[in-house]
Unconditional design. Structure first.
Length: 286
């Protein structure tokens, strides 16, 4: 008796080629490498455009001229005093905004009726141009450091508060129902569900607020005209013919680089805290 046998094709696993160490390093740091190349390409194109006349040096200067002006500026003790003043205004105003916005946002988001009452005012305050409030702040706080701290505070507090309220609203209702079914106390629900679930929204609100608090520093210093990097930018903008555009662009790039650093730092915190957000696995298991 003959037995029919079927021929099967044997598929051998393909040998995995070992990547070059440089390629492995690139894969691990691809985001940083491409981001750095993008920045370098921007400055190269800026320099080429300035040298070819496509970019007006009178208004936008050039990277090499900005570097020379920056080197001269950092050797001036007055520059470091301006940096210290601007940094202090940014730090204090931002910290106070965080301390006020997050607790109030959690409370407003948690209590439904309070949420209904505060929601129109939060949206109004968040949409209100902060620059329009500067004259009122000057009348109440003067032209000193206190006024600039208040402007920075107003630049970030409502953005972070709105994000926090929205985070409380998005905590999954099923998780709350399960916690209440096990007779969890309000304090336990708040600390183990509401706060961890809202953390990614809080960090996202901080990330959005970075640009607004930096703008608050510049607007306040433009208005006060006493000390700070913003004052240096304003004075340099009035001296175009004496090379003021170089100093002005240097000051603008300082704020830009600071914003990038803060944005990336808060973005890292956002990715870290995303793991804390509780989720409900709805997949069926067999």
């Amino acid at each position: 008796m003959t037995v029919d046998t079927a021929a099967f094709r044997v598929i051998h696993p393909r040998a995995r080629r070992r990547r070059h160490p440089l390629m492995r390093w690139y894969r691990r740091n691809e985001r940083a490498v491409l981001s750095g190349l993008g920045v370098v390409l921007f400055f190269v194109l800026w320099q080429i455009g300035a040298d070819m006349g496509a970019i007006d040096k009178l208004f936008f200067s050039s990277p090499t001229a900005v570097a020379v002006a920056g080197w001269e500026e950092v050797q001036n003790p007055r520059f470091w005093e301006d940096v210290k003043i601007s940094g202090w205004e940014l730090l204090v105003g931002s910290v106070v905004a965080i301390v006020v916005a997050i607790p109030l946002g959690l409370v407003i988001g948690w209590y439904r009726r309070l949420n209904y009452a505060a929601d129109p005012w939060l949206n109004f305050a968040n949409a209100l141009p902060r620059a329009a409030l500067v004259p009122i702040v000057v009348l109440t706080a003067g032209l000193g450091v206190e006024m600039k701290i208040v402007v920075v505070f107003l630049g970030g507090v409502f953005t972070m508060m709105v994000a926090t309220v929205e985070g409380v609203r998005t905590v999954e209702r099923q998780l709350l129902d399960v916690a209440r079914s096990f007779r969890a106390s309000q304090r336990r629900i708040f600390t183990s569900l509401i706060i961890p679930g809202t953390l990614p929204f809080i960090v996202s609100g901080m990330r959005i607020a970075i640009g607004r608090v930096l703008a608050g520093v510049i607007i306040a210093e433009f208005y006060a005209q006493n000390q700070g990097v913003g004052v240096m930018i304003y004075k340099a903008s009035n001296q175009f013919l004496q090379g003021g555009s170089d100093r002005m662009m240097f000051g603008i790039l300082l704020f830009t680089l600071l914003g990038i650093v803060l944005y990336e730092a808060v973005g890292y915190a956002e990715r870290y805290f995303q793991r804390w957000r509780p989720s409900l696995d709805l997949e069926e298991t067999t």
